[in-house]
Ligand binder design. Structure first.
Ligand code: AMP
Length: 192
């Protein structure tokens, strides 16, 4: 089973690229942000709890997030592989992911690919996309900047976890969508 992690700050293009790559490589796209938004829309207890964190641009606690991810992976156990977008976001989540992949599928992450994008480009992109996304956390610059801060404070360090395992690839995330898809596809072909 192929488990791919797409890594990078908010606005780096993970969601867009994950959707394209999922189709191209027959992987199931799993976005923890989308799962939280689905729960929020349906007013589930998980959605209600997550909302208080998401509205501020803070990370939702690890345990809640990992439980939700585990349920989603279990529900899709017939898939040939997954492309994870927005998980793991802390080192503790990366460790939890290894445990649950072992438990559910006796497998591990194949490769983590990071998209590098300048902070000001991130802010600009997220503000622009807020028109279509309708996300309140995309519309407010303070929330956007807090999400980027959370990335540097808690998420960026996760790259070391995968560097240590020699399964981390860093690519340039600025530039046109098709070019970035092509670069990501080249990386995936080598790893899966
Ligand atoms: P995203 O759609 O990936 O930008 O995520 C939107 C929001 O959902 C984030 O700002 C967090 O509040 C929450 N979230 C998504 N994935 C995670 C995660 N792996 N850990 C904690 N919070 C998350």
């Amino acid at each position: 089973m192929n488990i791919i992690v797409l890594f990078g700050p908010p606005g780096s293009g993970k969601g867009t690229q994950a959707e394209i790559l999922a189709e191209k490589f027959q992987l199931k796209h799993v976005s923890t942000g989308d799962l939280f938004r689905y729960n929020m829309k349906n007013n589930t207890p998980l959605g209600i709890e997550a909302k208080s964190y998401m509205d501020k641009g803070s990370l939702v606690p690890d345990e809640l997030t990992t439980e939700m991810l585990k349920d989603e992976l279990k529900r899709n156990s017939e898939q040939k592989g997954f492309i994870l977008d927005g998980y793991p976001r802390t080192t503790s989540q990366a460790q939890a992911l290894d445990s649950l992949l072992e438990e559910l599928f006796q497998t591990t992450v194949k490769v983590t690919i990071a998209l590098n994008v300048e902070d000001e480009t991130l802010v600009h992109r997220i503000k622009k996309r807020s028109i279509d996304s309708g996300r309140s956390d995309d519309a407010d610059e303070n929330i956007i900047r807090n999400r980027i801060k959370e990335y540097y404070d808690k998420t960026a360090v996760v790259s070391q976890y995968y560097i240590d395992q020699e399964k981390f690839v860093d690519i340039e995330g600025e530039g046109n969508r098709e070019e970035i898809t092509a670069i990501l596809s080249d990386v995936l072909v080598k790893w899966i």
